[in-house]
Design a protein around this ligand. Structure first.
Ligand SMILES: C[C@@H](N)C(=O)N[C@H](C)C(=O)O
Ligand code: ZN
Length: 289
């Protein structure tokens, strides 16, 4: 098949929204003004759900290589924006506004990539929340192993305390891993874990009060901490219940961290390390097969 044929079959598989996206060369907004996040603008049907289901060059530890595009995601990973464009994305590790203070290794684009069943479950939760005047905003989704490793190196570098005041003012940095705030083998790597909060679509898509900011490593961020105010407690409950209804389980140490269970993609060995970008799930690449 020539290049045109490859592109045509890709159009049929991904749907018009994905192709318009690829042609326009738009990238996800990492957030504009602080706390205000535009939802992505294009969409396709769940059936087309943002994946190239044909043969990947490799799965598990890093995938293979296709047309110079780098390691690819295995079958089953999708880009959330093509499953549900109304879910906001503020991918913190693709920019410097995170606890490491810098763009994190492996986040080439500000894109949420997920296992398809997890993305579809998020979409169902979003539909229910929209009916109640709320919406979802994701901060992190699939996380490459090199990013997990970067977090662990950062957590063990006790000399670097630059972000302490903003992210862990009351917890000694040496305890961030032992106390469960940062994982050495993260569920995010398997594509069914999301860091997510609630927004009010009618109020500029601003995140609502959750009692603490995202990635505030502190007992106050424990989902059931009784010290948070009534509004924040209500929002934490709404987020947890809306996601639980669609199969997500919360991590008690972090109100924002949820894993879709049973996890559709088993833990790979070695862990996945394809970069976070649309090309990893086949969007925007014309590849001969
Ligand atoms: C770093 C934070 N956003 C997070 O996801 N923590 C859990 C424990 C993880 O690293 O998997
Ligand atoms: Zn998380």
């Amino acid at each position: 098949m020539g290049d045109r044929g490859v592109v045509r079959s890709r159009v049929q598989r991904l749907g018009v929204g994905a192709v318009v996206w690829a042609v326009l060369g738009l990238t996800a907004a990492a957030g504009g003004a602080e706390g205000v996040v535009a939802a992505p603008t294009s969409t396709v049907s769940p059936a087309a759900a943002g994946t190239v289901s044909a043969a990947r060059d490799g799965g598990g530890g890093g995938g293979g290589r296709g047309a110079g595009a780098g390691p690819l995601a295995p079958d089953g990973f999708v880009a959330l924006r093509f499953v549900d464009a109304s879910v906001g994305q503020d991918m913190r590790y693709a920019g410097g506004r995170n606890f490491t203070g810098a763009v994190v290794d492996g986040y080439d684009e500000a894109e949420c990539l997920l296992a398809r069943p997890a993305a579809l479950a998020l979409r169902r939760a979003q539909q229910g929340l929209l009916r109640r005047g709320y919406g979802l905003l994701v901060y992190d989704c699939y996380r490459p192993q090199r990013a997990v490793d970067r977090f662990v190196r950062w957590a063990r570098d006790l000399a670097d305390q630059r972000t302490k005041e903003s992210y862990y003012p009351h917890v000694d940095k040496s305890l961030l891993i032992p106390h469960g705030y940062i994982a050495e083998r993260s569920g995010h790597n398997r594509g069914s874990t999301v860091d997510v909060t609630l927004v009010r679509p009618a109020a500029g898509r601003r995140p609502v009060d959750m009692g603490t900011p995202f990635d505030f490593f502190d007992p106050l961020s424990h989902t059931d901490d009784p010290r948070v105010g009534p509004g924040a407690a209500r929002h934490r409950r709404l987020l947890r219940e809306s996601l639980a209804a669609e199969g997500f389980v919360n991590l008690p140490e972090e109100w924002w961290h949820f894993t879709y269970r049973p996890e559709p993609i088993p833990a790979p060995s070695p862990p996945f390390d394809f970069p976070v970008r649309l090309a990893s799930v086949g969007i925007g690449i014309a590849r001969n097969r």
